[in-house]
Design a protein around this ligand. Structure first.
Ligand SMILES: [Zn+2]
Length: 335
């Protein structure tokens, strides 16, 4: 298959963080754990710490934008009128799981893939010396921005890969004498379609959106290290239960950044009975602070949990050198 590789743009190499995005029009229900009028910081309570915590993260990188020849067909006669270029994204992505258990922290699973995401219906896999880009043909759904449609398709496959890695990691736990169901799973980013999982938390470390009404929002400012807000339910394109938690930090910045310093949003499945959700929220207060990174080591500290930073680094290493891969794709485009 012949195709054309766009000139290199360093922006392709930058990753899209699994951060908060979407609108602030989320439906918020604050009376889940306590009445909204009684909202106040909740101190940590003694909990039984799970025998293992699994941290799941995914990384994605667009290696190149390509153009593929797509036959231009007359819808009435089926006659080929010519050729038009169709956009494609060549992307590398990976999902990994770090296990923190009695054996310390260790990489339990790391899966990487290369994919060609394109609206060209005749696209086939692209074989390169750096690996094969498996073709995923995406319906362009009319007038939508094709780059956004392709990017969303990439994100869906990355989410799927994270679910596969998580399932494999859970079953691998039996190899080191941990009951799979007893492990706490921490997913970097919102839970999205993974919400049906028990003992699973979504961990959101950056905040571009304020979800809570002002009176409740003020409770966040008063959170001491280790304290959390009451649970609230939150509905956007999917529903979940959520709470804010402040991680400990040895030094907080000045007044400007103090409100959100060390604050993360944690979520669990909306389907869970409230007692289970409260158990998970209490667990998060005891477990997550243990993994908070030191601000000397990481500029996003303390929110960037050490095991998640570790799995991210390892996955990026496994995705390979972007410039080597760019060369491999160009070479393949002449074939
Ligand atoms: Zn382990």
């Amino acid at each position: 298959m012949r195709f054309h590789v766009d000139s290199w743009d360093p922006a392709y190499g930058s990753s899209v963080d699994a951060a908060e995005s979407g609108s602030s029009t989320a439906r918020i229900e604050a009376d889940v754990e306590v009445a909204a009028a009684s909202w106040a910081p909740i101190a940590p309570t003694p909990v039984t710490v799970p025998p293992a915590v699994l941290f799941i993260d995914g990384v994605r990188r667009v290696d190149a934008r390509v153009w593929l020849p797509e036959p231009l067909i007359d819808p009435d006669t089926g006659e080929v009128l010519g050729v038009q270029p169709a956009m494609g994204l060549c992307a590398s992505y990976g999902a990994g799981v770090v296990c923190s258990c009695g054996q310390g922290a260790h990489l339990l699973r790391a899966l990487t893939r290369r994919g060609l995401f394109t609206t060209a219906s005749s696209a086939t896999d692209i074989a390169t010396v750096a690996g094969t880009y498996q073709a995923h043909v995406v319906d362009d759904r009319g007038e939508e921005n094709p780059a956004a449609v392709l990017s969303a398709a990439l994100q869906r496959l990355l989410n799927d890969l994270e679910i596969i890695a998580a399932a494999e990691a859970r079953s691998a736990l039996t190899d080191h004498q941990v009951e799979p169901e007893s492990a706490l799973v921490v997913v970097d980013g919102p839970l999205r379609g993974r919400a049906s999982l028990a003992m699973t938390l979504g961990y959101i470390k950056s905040h571009r959106i304020t979800y809570l009404p002002p009176a409740l929002h003020a409770v966040i400012a008063h959170l001491a290290a280790g304290e959390r807000t009451p649970i609230f339910s939150m509905g956007t394109s999917w529903d979940r239960l959520s709470w804010y938690l402040r991680l400990p930090a040895s030094q907080a910045p000045g007044d400007d950044g103090a409100l959100w310093f060390g604050v993360v949003r944690v979520e669990c499945a909306a389907e869970l009975p409230i007692e289970q959700a409260i158990q998970l929220a209490n667990l998060s207060q005891s477990v997550l602070p243990r993994y908070a990174t030191s601000e000397y080591k990481d500029h996003r500290a303390p929110q960037n949990l050490a095991p998640i930073a570790g799995v991210e680094r390892e996955l990026r290493r496994r995705l390979g050198d972007p410039l080597v891969i760019d060369r491999a794709l160009r070479q393949a485009s002449f074939g």
